[in-house]
Design a protein around this ligand. Structure first.
Ligand SMILES: [Zn+2]
Length: 387
């Protein structure tokens, strides 16, 4: 199967191939542990399972504590160079407590199911085993594994750590799930998530209608203006995805609030569109209303670059050697890879095992993809590490 791999490479690839049952056992354990982003105890429990694995394989690691979200884990194998190769993954899922009890890990017809099985507990397992292989057989350069806590909510506690590790990385692989086609992701949109709140004035809608100032009308007019900023040709979308407001049916609404999701391709488009959003927020379409807005979360875009392209070429050549066909894709979904790329590191995303339908009960993982994706990643790390 392996055409050009060296003896050292073959040793690692063969070892990874033999780990399939152990990979599935660790995956089952992680999936059966609830770890919603705001569930610190659960995210830390998944962290304890990963630390146990790292410890059992003699992998040096430290824990970066956080009071609000799960603690971050940083594992390191190999030494020698002052640049590293970074493997990233997040431990949190979008699912509530008890989800794992309701639909625990199961395998049916070559697919594994369960909360977060593809997004991205399989990627965590893959990264952990690739680190173990390099600990056992020797790493080509320092390889750092980050197991972070809160990607699904914009990585408020992980962003700084990701950026500082990416700044000294010569390559970053983010093990979000590979596409059903087997493709990886070479470009992602950036996203800004905002909350806005409109204040009007309450009045009895029968007796004193004219005294009222409707916050709901203002929110409706703002929503129409915000949606008009969408420019599909440029990849800019503005979506007011949540609204609420008002007091009772017979009261002119004294308040209303909504949440905005902006997606864009370039940072220039971010600046321009944020400016327009600011103008719309500042405009009172209904005289007498006032509005405040705040950013609640943000992802930077994974901008396609020459260095990123080179890393993709290297990765896809490794995949080809292992008999896999991998192309690069652009997606509107956001991920931590944008932070790494913005910090200046050549970055590839969705290098994890193949899966789909993330964030739904139908999420699945192709279990036969775990070993080949681990092998491709390991080979790519060796080739990057060898210069
Ligand atoms: Zn994810």
């Amino acid at each position: 199967m392996v055409v050009r791999a060296t003896a050292a490479e073959t040793m690692i690839l063969d070892w990874l191939a033999a780990q399939r049952p152990a990979m599935l056992a660790l995956l089952e354990q992680l999936v059966n542990t609830d770890s919603g982003s705001y569930d610190k105890a659960g995210v830390d429990q998944v962290g304890a399972q990963i630390r146990r694995f790292l410890g059992a394989h003699g992998i040096a690691h430290d824990t970066i504590a956080n009071d609000t979200f799960g603690d971050a884990i940083r594992a390191t194998v190999g030494e020698g160079s002052n640049t590293s190769i970074l493997l990233m993954g997040h431990r949190d899922t979008v699912f509530p407590r008890q989800e794992a009890a309701r639909r625990p890990f199961r395998v049916d017809n070559g697919r594994a199911y369960g909360p977060g099985v593809a997004d991205m507990k399989a990627g965590l397992v893959m990264n952990a085993f690739v680190l173990a292989a390099f600990e056992k057989f020797g790493a080509p350069a320092p390889v750092v594994g980050l197991f972070t806590a809160d990607e699904e909510i914009g990585s408020p506690s992980s962003r700084g750590l990701i950026e500082s590790e990416a700044r000294r990385a010569r390559a970053v692989f983010n093990s979000e799930p590979g596409r059903p086609s087997g493709n990886v992701v070479t470009g992602r949109k950036g996203g800004v998530f905002m909350r806005f709140e409109v204040t009007g004035k309450a009045a009895h809608s029968g007796a004193n209608f004219s005294d009222g100032i409707s916050a709901i009308e203002e929110l409706a007019r703002k929503t129409i203006a915000l949606h008009a900023l969408t420019d599909l040709a440029k990849g800019i979308t503005v979506n007011v995805g949540l609204i609420s407001g008002g007091q009772t049916v017979n009261t002119v609404a004294p308040w209303a609030k909504g949440e905005i999701d902006l997606r864009y391709v370039t940072l220039a488009d971010r600046e321009a569109t944020m400016g327009r959003i600011g103008e719309i927020i500042a405009t009172s379409f209904v005289p007498g209303t006032s509005t405040i807005v705040e950013i609640t979360g943000e992802f930077l875009p994974l901008v396609e670059s020459t260095e990123g392209r080179r890393l993709f070429d290297l990765y896809s050549a490794c995949a080809r050697e292992l008999g896999l066909k991998v192309a690069g894709e652009f997606t509107g979904g956001c991920a931590d890879s944008g932070f790494a790329a913005h910090a200046g590191a050549p970055t590839l995303c969705a290098t994890g095992p193949i899966g789909a339908r993330a964030h739904t009960p139908d999420e699945y993982l192709e279990i036969d993809s775990i070993v080949p994706r681990a092998q491709t990643l390991a080979l790519a790390v060796m080739r990057v590490g060898g210069g």
